[in-house]
Design a protein around this ligand. Structure first.
Ligand code: ADP
Length: 221
C-alpha cells in the first residue's frame, strides 16, 4: 500500500481503535461514539472520527463502482488526506469508525494507518445469524492480517421498554458471545436497543452520563 509511513499528524496518537462490522446498520457508528465517550469518562484523551465512514460518501459510492484495486487506491488517498488535514494533537485513543465493506477496503484502512500507531479492532455485530456470519468473516480477516481484536460487542440485543425499562429479547440473543468464544477473542458486552440512546445521539447528549439506570449502560460504560 502506498500510504506514507512518516508520522504525519498522528504522531501524538498512542492507540488507534478501528471499529469494524461485517455490514452497515448494526450500530457501528453508535458504538464508536459511545466508546469514545466511555474512554473520555475514564479520563483518557480521545477523539472519534467518522470521516472514513461518512464524509467521503460520493467518493465512496464512486469507489464502489470501480475495480477493487482502484477502490483500495482511492481509500488510501482518502486516508492520507484524513491524516494530514486534521491536527489530532496528543491523544490516548483515536476511535475510527471504518467504512463498511469487504476485506479489500478494510485492508486498505489497516495498511494506511498501521505505520502510525498500534492498531486494535473492535467488532460490532447484531444477534441475528446473518450479521454474525458477516462478523465471522471480519474476525477471520483480522486474524489473517494480524490485527489484534480487542473484542466483540453485540448491539441491538433486546429492546428496552421506554415505560418500564424492562429489556425484551426480540431477536435471538448471545450469538455475539458464542462467536467470540469460538474465535477465542474477548466478548465485551451486549447493548440493547434503547430509544433513549437514539435520541441522545440525535440531540448530541451524553447517554452514558444521562442514563446510568438504562440496561444499555453497563455494556456502553
Ligand atoms: P452503522 O454505523 O452500523 O451503519 P448506526 O450506528 O448508524 O449503524 O446505527 C443505525 C441506527 O440505529 C441509528 O439510527 C442509531 O441511532 C440506531 N441504533 C444503533 N444502536 C442502537 C441501540 N443500541 N439502541 C437504539 N438505537 C440504536
Amino acid at each position: 500500500m502506498e500510504a506514507a509511513a512518516e508520522p504525519g499528524n498522528l504522531a501524538g496518537v498512542r492507540h488507534i481503535i478501528l471499529v469494524l462490522s461485517g455490514k452497515g446498520g448494526v450500530g457501528k457508528s453508535t458504538i464508536s461514539t459511545e466508546l469514545a465517550l466511555a474512554l473520555r469518562h475514564a479520563g483518557k484523551k480521545v477523539s472519534a472520527s467518522h470521516l472514513l465512514s461518512r464524509h467521503p460518501c460520493p467518493l465512496w459510492a464512486l469507489a464502489g463502482a470501480l475495480h477493487a484495486a482502484w477502490t483500495s487506491r482511492l481509500l488510501a488517498a482518502l486516508i492520507k488526506q484524513f491524516v494530514s488535514d486534521v491536527a489530532w494533537g496528543q491523544l490516548d485513543y483515536l476511535v475510527v469508525d471504518t467504512p463498511p465493506g469487504t476485506s479489500d477496503e478494510h485492508m486498505a484502512v489497516v495498511d494506511a494507518l498501521r505505520p502510525y500507531s498500534p492498531l486494535g479492532a473492535l467488532v460490532v455485530t447484531t444477534p441475528q445469524a446473518v450479521s454474525v456470519g458477516d462478523v465471522r468473516r471480519e474476525l477471520t480477516f483480522c486474524k489473517k492480517v494480524g490485527l489484534r481484536v480487542i473484542g466483540v460487542v453485540e448491539n441491538m440485543s433486546g429492546f428496552v421498554c421506554p415505560h418500564c425499562e424492562e429489556c425484551t429479547n426480540i431477536f435471538s440473543r448471545g450469538g455475539g458471545e458464542e462467536l467470540a468464544r469460538h474465535a477465542g477473542v474477548p466478548f465485551l458486552g451486549s447493548v440493547p436497543l434503547d430509544p433513549e440512546l437514539t435520541r441522545s445521539l440525535e440531540e448530541g447528549r451524553d447517554f452514558i452520563q444521562g442514563f446510568p439506570e438504562s440496561p444499555a449502560f453497563p455494556a456502553l460504560s
